[in-house]
Design a binder for this molecule. Structure first.
Ligand code: KG4
Ligand code: ZN
Length: 334
C-alpha cells in the first residue's frame, strides 16, 4: 500500500511517500528565508511560494522513490486548521491527483497529525491511552485529553498568543530572525549566570488550562526598552528568562492535566516540542510522578512535515477511520 502525503498548512511544502510503514522518500522545501523579510508568514506570499515549488517537490519525491503516480494507492493532505491560502495549494494539487488517478484521498487535521507524529519510528503499543497531550507551535497552544486514539477532548487553549508566536515576537523585538524559537533557545542555552526570574509566570487559574503569553511579551518589551543598548549578553539573558517563563507554565499545565485526568502517559507535539529546555523540564517532572513522557522521536518530526500526515492517514486506514472517497474541492465541507 503506497500513500502519498502532502503538508502545506503554513510555510513548508512537504511531500512524503510511504510503502506500508516504510518511508520511501520525503522532500520538504522551507520558506523561512522568504519570511525572514517580514518576520512572520504572510499567508498570500506563502501560498504563492507553495504553488511555485510543489510540482518540483512532488517530482523529487517520485523520482527518489522510483515510483510512478499510478502506483499510488491513497493520497493524504492537510485540510485544516491553519493558513487557508497555504492549505488551498496542497488541497488543490492533492484533490486533482485523486480525481485524475481515481484513488481515495484522506483529509488530515494538522493538529491531530502533530500528535500522531509521536508514533513515527515507534511501535503502536509503546504509547498507551488514555493520555494527555500538549500541542504547542506557532499557531496552536492546547492541552488535550485523549481517552483513546480517536477521541480528543480539548481541555483548554491559549487566550491570546501561542507560545511559538511569543518566541517569534520576542525574537523580533531583539532584531533576531524568524522563526524565533530555535534562535532564542540557542541563546538561552548560552546564558550561564543566575536567573533573576525577571518575567511573570502567567498561570491564570492554576488548576485550569488557560494559557496567556501576550502579557509576557509586553513584559519582555518593557525590559528591552530599559536597556540602553542590547548587547549579546543581554540577548542571552532575556532569551533565557523569557524561555524559562514560558516553559515553566507549559510544563506545569501539562502535569496538572495529567493529575486531574489520572493518566500515566503524556505527549508533547508541535514544533515548540523541539525545545530542549521544555523537554528536559517535562521529563524531570514526569519522572517524579511516574508518568511516561513522549515527544517526537526526531526533531524533523516536531516541525511541519509530511511524515506526520502519512502516519495519521496510515492509522486511519488501519482502523477504518475514514470514508473512502474520490475528492472534489468539496473537502471544505468535510
Ligand atoms: O508547528 P509549527 O511550524 O507551526 C504551526 O503549526 O503552528 O511551529 C512553528 C513555531 C514557530 O513559532 C517557532 O518559533 C517555534 O515553532 N519553534 C520553537 C523552537 N523551534 C521552533 N519554539 C521554541 N523552541 C524551539 N526550539
Ligand atoms: Zn504545525
Amino acid at each position: 500500500m503506497k500513500i502519498l502525503a502532502f503538508e502545506t498548512s503554513c510555510d513548508d511544502t512537504s511531500i512524503a511517500l510511504f510503502e506500508d510503514d516504510k518511508l520511501i522518500s520525503m522532500h520538504t522545501k522551507s520558506q523561512i528565508k522568504i519570511h525572514n523579510l517580514t518576520w512572520w508568514v504572510v499567508p498570500e506570499v506563502a501560498s504563492r511560494e507553495h504553488a511555485n515549488v510543489i510540482f518540483d517537490v512532488l517530482a523529487d519525491v517520485l523520482s527518489d522513490g522510483e515510483v510512478e503516480l499510478w502506483d499510488i494507492d491513497y493520497i493524504a493532505v492537510t485540510t485544516h486548521p491553519w493558513l487557508v491560502p497555504s492549505l488551498l495549494t496542497g488541497i488543490t494539487v492533492a484533490s486533482t491527483l485523486s480525481q485524475t488517478l481515481q484513488i481515495p484521498i484522506l483529509p488530515i487535521d494538522h493538529i491531530q497529525a502533530h500528535i500522531f507524529s509521536n508514533f513515527l519510528e515507534r511501535e503502536e503499543s509503546e504509547i498507551k491511552f488514555p493520555l494527555c497531550c500538549l500541542t504547542v507551535s506557532g499557531g496552536h497552544n492546547e492541552v488535550y485529553y485523549m481517552p483513546d486514539m480517536w477521541t480528543r477532548e480539548k481541555l483548554w487553549q491559549t487566550q491570546d498568543d501561542a507560545a511559538g508566536e511569543a518566541f517569534d515576537k520576542v525574537a523580533k523585538m531583539m532584531w533576531l530572525w524568524y522563526p524565533g524559537g530555535p534562535i532564542i533557545s540557542k541563546l538561552a542555552s548560552e546564558f550561564h549566570w543566575d536567573s533573576k526570574k525577571m518575567f511573570p509566570r502567567v498561570y491564570l487559574e492554576k488548576s485550569e488550562f488557560w494559557f496567556s503569553f501576550s502579557g509576557l511579551k509586553s513584559a519582555v518589551k518593557r525590559e528591552i526598552d530599559t536597556r540602553w543598548e542590547l548587547t549579546n549578553e543581554d540577548k542571552k539573558e532575556i532569551s533565557f528568562e523569557f524561555q524559562s517563563a514560558v516553559n515553566e507554565v507549559l510544563c506545569y499545565k501539562l502535569m496538572e492535566a495529567a493529575k486531574q485526568k489520572w493518566v500515566s502517559t503524556i505527549l508533547l507535539a508541535g514544533w515548540v516540542s523541539a525545545n530542549d529546555d521544555l523537554n528536559m523540564r517535562i521529563q524531570q517532572e514526569a519522572t517524579k510522578i511516574w508518568l511516561v513522557f513522549f515527544a517526537p522521536a526526531k526533531k524533523l518530526y516536531c516541525m511541519d512535515n509530511a511524515a506526520m500526515i502519512w502516519i495519521l492517514a496510515y492509522y486511519k486506514i488501519k482502523y477504518g477511520q475514514f470514508e473512502e472517497k474520490i475528492w472534489t474541492l468539496e473537502v471544505w465541507k468535510w
